[in-house]
Design a binder for this molecule. Structure first.
Ligand code: F3S
Length: 81
């Protein structure tokens, strides 16, 4: 299985990932991206269709802030506050 998340300190709020994969990425109030399906914890495996969109965003993120792994990341959940 494939897991994804955004390493938020590396995101420069360029906006590309949300354009390429709107189901997978969203922004906080500052424009910093997070991975939407599991609130950036990287615990929910991508299905086949989502994997195609994810790979595009992963490849094009200018700072390589989008991370992928075949193991769950189990990161702390993103919250707006
Ligand atoms: Fe940030 Fe990269 Fe998306 S810089 S907005 S994670 S494409």
């Amino acid at each position: 299985a494939l897991y994804g998340r955004v390493e938020r300190p590396e995101c420069i709020a360029c906006g590309l990932c949300q354009m390429l994969a709107p189901a997978l990425f969203d922004y906080d109030q500052a424009g910093i991206a997070y991975y939407k399906p599991d609130r950036n914890t990287g615990t929910e495996p991508l299905n086949d269709q989502a994997t195609i969109d994810f790979r595009l965003a992963y490849q094009r993120c200018p700072t390589h802030a989008i991370k992928r792994s075949d193991q769950p990341f189990n990161a702390r959940p993103f919250s707006e506050t």
